[in-house]
Design a binder for this molecule. Structure first.
Ligand SMILES: NC(=O)c1ccc[n+]([C@@H]2O[C@H](COP(=O)([O-])OP(=O)(O)OC[C@H]3O[C@@H](n4cnc5c(N)ncnc54)[C@H](OP(=O)(O)O)[C@@H]3O)[C@@H](O)[C@H]2O)c1
Length: 299
């Protein structure tokens, strides 16, 4: 079977499509779709060495959907599933994948394999932001910076369900969808003037990795919360000395959250579709930015 691997850290050139033996394990899934996450390239570029380790070969791909071809008690052959393969090791960008039953849940019949693969990492991230870092009370003013990407479009929907007043900062291509999903105000991030409009927020959630605490602070009310989803050492130290106002997301995959996510019926936006053979083009284009929601590789 074919899978994508790499033998050293580096740019996109390190990725190789190789013939690999069929995986072995309790549950084997024939992969139908894999979505692209910024974490994919952070892993092969070596930015997550502390977590991924330095042994090679390493595999690529975290989110997936597919069909069980070898099952156990809970999952039987033919079941359609979605899930997360090992978050710091990847491996879903392959024709077949061995998984544990805690990694997968049944795919709702009403959604496509592409939609199913687009949900897990970003859906869980959005859920855990509001479950663990920020309790929304009706009327709260929330700024979501980078709201047009994977986490952001789910975060808009969750924040609106909870009664927040949402300002979404997005790229030009995502303005329409951010408004349709319920944002009260949509700002094109290339328009500096609007962010200087004087409004202040109960929370600023930065998903772009480009608005640090220093820049967010003037936009926050006195007890406002800043949430960062790209925590490095500097961010961890800063959050320790913020009096609880600077919070970091550390995603914890769990079956419980996956089950919760699929029941929420959130709208999944697919901004790009690629074939398995064109995986390089997929990563190159997505890395450049401008994709609305998620990009998906179809197998
Ligand atoms: N800590 C954790 O456990 C965890 C878990 C999951 C994800 N993450 C991280 O969370 C971040 C967001 O994930 P994601 O999947 O939502 O990424 P994404 O789909 O790439 O979304 C990021 C968004 O930021 C926008 N953006 C870029 N520059 C901007 C700017 N200057 N101002 C405002 N917006 C800007 C992008 O728009 P354009 O494309 O139009 O430029 C894009 O829509 C990533 O860094 C990811 O690695 C962390």
């Amino acid at each position: 079977m074919k899978k994508v691997t790499f033998n050293r850290f580096g740019g996109i050139e390190v990725l190789q499509l190789v013939d690999a033996p069929m995986p072995t394990g309790d549950i084997i899934v024939q992969v139908k779709a894999v979505s692209i996450n910024p974490l994919d390239w952070k892993l092969w570029q070596g930015e997550m060495k502390m977590m991924s380790g330095r042994t090679f070969p390493k595999s690529v791909g975290i989110d997936f959907s597919g069909i069980v071809v070898q099952g156990n008690g809970r999952f039987k052959p033919g079941d359609e599933v979605l899930g997360i393969s090992s978050i710091f090791k990847g491996s879903s960008l392959a024709e077949y994948l061995a998984v544990k039953d805690v990694d997968i849940v049944h795919k709702p019949a009403a959604i496509t394999f592409a939609e199913a693969a687009a949900m897990p990492v970003v859906g869980l991230a959005a859920l855990q932001i509001f479950d663990k870092l920020l309790t929304i009370k009706p009327g709260m003013q929330i700024l979501i910076n980078g709201a047009g990407g994977g986490i952001g479009l789910f975060a808009i929907q969750l924040a609106k369900k909870a009664g927040a007043v949402v300002t979404a900062v997005v790229g030009p291509a995502a303005m329409e969808v951010a408004a349709r999903l319920g944002s009260d105000k949509v700002i094109n991030y290339r328009d500096e003037r609007i962010l200087n409009g004087g409004q202040i927020f109960d929370a600023v959630i930065d998903l772009s990795g480009k608005m640090d605490y220093r820049h967010a602070k003037p936009l926050l009310k006195r007890k406002g919360i800043y949430i960062n989803t790209s925590p490095g050492l500097i961010e961890m130290i800063a959050s320790l000395f913020s009096g609880g106002r600077y919070k970091l997301l550390f995603l914890k995959p769990s079956t419980e959250y996956l089950e919760k996510l699929v029941k929420l019926n959130l709208e999944t936006i697919i901004g790009g579709r690629y074939s398995f053979e064109n995986f390089r083009q997929a990563f190159e284009e997505v890395k450049k930015g401008g994709v609305v929601g998620k990009a998906v590789i179809l197998l």
